[in-house]
Design a protein around this ligand. Structure first.
Ligand code: MN3
Length: 247
């Protein structure tokens, strides 16, 4: 952890928005607050709250899978991102993880792979939880519906492209609906492992996690059944909000 001179505190606090200290209990909390005021410690990412209960997405995603996925997998990416950032130079620490993923060249060579993997894992999953809701799905409305029609012709054509390509990902990875600022259009993009679409300067809007940990307890080897069930959970309002902010 880095102690910074007071002159850096304002910019660090601004850039640490969304992060909290790792010490949050009892006397440590009080002590830590004072440290933050006087020494402005590097703050850490925390597991963001899940917007619903573990069983809320049943029967499409089972409660046990949700609990393990969130409390074990997402937590581990979060912890390992913090561990990697602690070793990074201050100018990297000061940036938000979304900025870091868009500019991995700014991360030292020996830490780049850990930041790519765990920073991607942290960011991808916080999008994934919010992309879903109980009783979601159906056809998109509003500006994202228009953007999908512009790029794919129809929603059914998009759904077919997304499903086929995402089911076909070799090994672990994610299927994404992204916004491409260069073409000013939405597109489909599959990404390996936890590598974020942000690393290719694409804005992630809607992601489907096809790591086996996301579905194996309920679906075993039947990835197509999981992806087809996932469509019943899409929170199109969330996707619309991300699209509005991406432009
Ligand atoms: Mn996952």
């Amino acid at each position: 952890m880095r102690h910074l001179p007071d002159s850096n505190c304002i910019s660090l606090r601004r850039n640490c928005f969304g992060r909290k200290s790792s010490q949050t209990q009892g006397k440590k909390k009080e002590k830590d607050k004072r440290f933050r005021i006087h020494n402005c410690l590097m703050s850490k990412y925390e597991l963001p709250p899940l917007p619903y209960s573990y069983d809320a997405l049943e029967p499409h995603i089972d409660a046990k899978t949700m609990e393990i996925h969130y409390t074990k997998h997402h937590q581990t990416y979060t912890n390992n991102l913090n561990a990697a950032l602690e070793k990074c130079p201050q100018d990297v620490q000061n940036k938000d993880i979304t900025e870091i993923l868009s500019d991995l060249g700014s991360v030292p060579n020996d830490l780049r792979s850990a930041v790519n993997f765990n920073g991607g894992g942290f960011d991808n999953h916080r999008i994934f939880w919010n992309n879903l809701k109980p009783n979601g799905g159906g056809d998109p409305q509003g500006s994202i519906a228009e953007a999908i029609n512009n790029s794919f012709g129809t929603f059914s054509a998009f759904k077919e492209k997304f499903t086929t390509s995402t089911v076909g990902i070799q090994g672990s990875g994610w299927g994404w609906l992204v916004f491409d600022p260069k073409s000013n259009k939405v597109d489909y993009k599959s990404m390996p492992n936890q590598t974020s679409p942000r690393t290719e300067n694409l804005v992630p809007l809607l992601g489907c996690d096809v790591w086996e940990h996301a579905y194996y307890l309920k679906y075993q080897n039947k990835r197509p059944d999981y992806v087809n069930a996932w469509w019943n959970l899409i929170n199109w309002e969330d996707v619309n909000n991300r699209y509005a902010k991406s432009k």
